[in-house]
Ligand binder design. Structure first.
Ligand code: GUN
Length: 293
């Protein structure tokens, strides 16, 4: 069993990005600029946004954080988005999800200029990804593909089983895995809450992408000997031994499953750090221009 080490791989990619940004600055060019809009004080969102801002600093990017309280109106958010869309010195921006119930996430996502949509959530970017055109790939699926590529895992012809059909992970990662590309070129099965025989389907998988948000769902009896297992789950579970009172737990029962795998991601330190670096990669692409050519 070998670890798919997202922490180390993301460190390498961050170094590559930082070197390119340093060269830009030496040439007297403006560094990439990412902005984030954060609404309210959700613990998870605060942590993710702080990591994104820290990633910008590590790579020499300019970053801007715009915060609103929970009671912000949709109109005020749309106004801020319009301002960011029109700012020529801003390469890309994100609106951290989830948003409060009174705000329509779809309206917000669609208001973002897709040329600045470094999250890759806008329907134009999702559509381009699904037909294999260049564009902003959403961060978690892109991070998974980079992790597989950098480990030298040849996925051509594999049966990939994706657990979960979310718009952010399940659907786009299934699209990427089925593209005629390397990594990619897989036969893909997407399983979800209404899937029958989920254990039998998983047992046929050469590659499992677990993105259900159900801690420990993938057990030893669901995994074929030699399979590659990528765990996207990051659920906070109570842990009295930690100062915080919680720890992150993945969708895979790691201790029991790992001995059967050829490769497996840990949680934390697997997909999570790759997600942040994918956002930085998209922002660098946005700064360079020509993403959609
Ligand atoms: N909420 C959870 N993941 C993400 C992400 O990748 N981007 C944004 N904007 N919100 C999120």
């Amino acid at each position: 069993m070998q670890l798919l080490d997202g922490k180390e791989t993301s460190r390498q990619i961050r170094e590559e990005i930082a070197a390119e940004v340093a060269a830009m600055k030496e040439r007297g060019e403006r560094p990439p600029h990412l902005a984030a809009i954060l609404v309210g004080h959700d613990g998870g969102s605060e942590t993710y946004v702080a990591a994104k801002i820290k990633g910008c600093a590590e790579c020499g990017f300019k970053s801007t954080l715009v915060r609103f309280e929970d009671d912000v109106t949709e109109e005020r958010l749309l106004e801020e988005i319009e301002k960011m869309n029109a700012d020529p010195e801003l390469d890309g921006f994100i609106v951290q999800l989830p948003l409060p119930k009174h705000i329509n996430e779809r309206r917000i996502t669609e208001a973002i200029d897709w040329r600045k949509d470094v999250d890759g959530f806008h329907p134009v970017n999702v559509g381009r990804l699904s037909i294999g055109l260049p564009g902003f790939r959403s961060a978690t699926p892109a991070g998974i593909m980079d992790l597989l590529e950098r480990a030298g895992i040849k996925t051509k012809g594999m049966h990939a089983v994706v657990l979960g059909r979310s718009n952010i992970v399940g659907k786009p990662v299934a699209s990427l895995l089925m593209q005629k590309s390397e990594p990619g070129d897989c036969t893909v099965t997407v399983c979800h809450s209404s899937t029958r025989n989920i254990k039998e389907i998983c047992r046929q998988a050469d590659l499992i992408i677990a993105a259900l948000g159900s801690p420990g769902f993938v057990t030893e009896d669901m995994v074929k000997e030699g399979a590659v297992v990528v765990d996207v789950g990051t659920t906070r579970v109570p842990d009295a031994t930690r100062k915080s009172g919680w720890r992150l737990r993945g969708d895979v029962d790691f201790d029991a499953v790992a001995p059967k795998c050829s490769w497996i991601t840990p949680v934390p330190g697997g997909v999570g750090p790759m997600t942040i670096v994918s956002l930085l990669k998209n922002t660098l692409l946005a700064r360079r221009g020509g993403v959609f050519e």
